[in-house]
Write a protein that binds this ligand. Structure first.
Ligand SMILES: NC(=O)c1ccc[n+]([C@@H]2O[C@H](COP(=O)([O-])OP(=O)(O)OC[C@H]3O[C@@H](n4cnc5c(N)ncnc54)[C@H](O)[C@@H]3O)[C@@H](O)[C@H]2O)c1
Length: 272
């Protein structure tokens, strides 16, 4: 597949490494003077952007995080790229409906937000605008899956999408705890990497509390330890958890969690 990388900073270069490793033809465009020295071996260079995207089947944009810049860039990309090229943006927080304002067909732009570094971490948040046809979202999802990524559809355009919103909430609390003198920076990192870090690498927050609540699952956990959650909300979430992780499989799910968590701890060199 012919893929154009627009913007070759931290994220663009990491995507280029991944795309090349999967056998794709990668053309990179970036005005940085040292471009030839920093691109991975095998990448082609093209200037300006219009030339880089002229034959692209997929465009992955990774330029500076400024709305006016991205609006002009996507208008230029749309004009120069083949009319059926997938146009994807790595943006960490700008929504497609705002970035596509100057495009003739705004629905063509889809956010494909990777978690850094994209050549290692599996998640890609797929965030289409309301104008994007479902068929295009399916194509974007298939593209990322073909690279071995885990694309997850985000159903509404919220600032910061999902993974970074979660990360920011947790980080604000980290800053607060260190600032209050509760723990040092190193102690806080040690707490996270030996607890929620291992846990959430294997089971997400909902599954973790579902299994952590004993055979009664999330329903039991919420009734006893999370009484601040509205009863109707708690019931809805418990039903969803029971549907996703049936309690008749409780023992097997716990066994799987334990096996994965032990493997991570072992891989890290055990406890020190
Ligand atoms: N850094 C992260 O952790 C991270 C994670 C996920 C997504 N993102 C998103 O990826 C995008 C890039 O972020 P980054 O961290 O790689 O930034 P970066 O500053 O490292 O790279 C941006 C690159 O864009 C280039 N550029 C400037 N003008 C250009 C133009 N006209 N045409 C082509 N390239 C141009 C710059 O020379 C630079 O190399 C942003 O939208 C950011 O929000 C960043």
């Amino acid at each position: 597949m012919k893929i154009a990388i627009i913007g070759a900073g931290t994220i663009g270069l990491s995507w280029a490494t991944l795309f090349l490793s999967k056998g794709h033809t990668v053309t990179v465009s970036d005005p940085r003077p040292d471009l030839a020295q920093v691109v991975p071996r095998g990448a082609l260079l093209a200037e300006p952007v219009e030339q880089a995207v002229a034959e692209a089947e997929v465009v992955q944009e990774n330029g500076p995080e400024r709305i006016e810049f991205k609006q002009d860039l996507f208008a230029a990309i749309e004009k120069a790229a083949p009319s059926d090229a997938l146009i994807l943006s790595s943006t960490s927080g700008l929504v497609a409906s705002a970035m596509s304002e100057k495009m003739a067909e705004p629905g063509r732009l889809i956010v494909g937000h990777p978690f850094n570094p994209p050549h290692i971490l599996p998640l890609v948040e797929l965030v289409p605008s309301p104008a994007t046809p479902d068929a295009l979202v399916r194509r974007a999802r298939e593209f990322y899956r073909s690279l071995g990524k885990v694309p997850v559809l985000v159903h509404k355009e919220v600032d910061g999408f999902v993974a970074n919103r979660l990360q920011h909430v947790l980080f604000r609390e980290c800053v607060s705890l260190v600032e209050q003198g509760v723990v040092s920076v190193a102690e806080l990192d040690e707490i996270v990497t030996n607890s929620v870090g291992v846990r959430w690498a294997t089971v997400g927050p909902f599954q973790a509390f579902h299994l952590g609540g004993g055979p009664g699952g999330l329903r039991h956990m919420m009734a006893h330890l999370m009484t601040d959650i509205e009863p109707e909300t708690a019931a809805r979430l418990a039903e969803a958890a029971e549907r996703e992780y049936p309690l008749e499989n409780y023992e097997q799910l716990c066994e799987m969690r334990d096996r994965l968590q032990s493997a991570i701890i072992e891989l890290k060199g055990g406890v020190n």
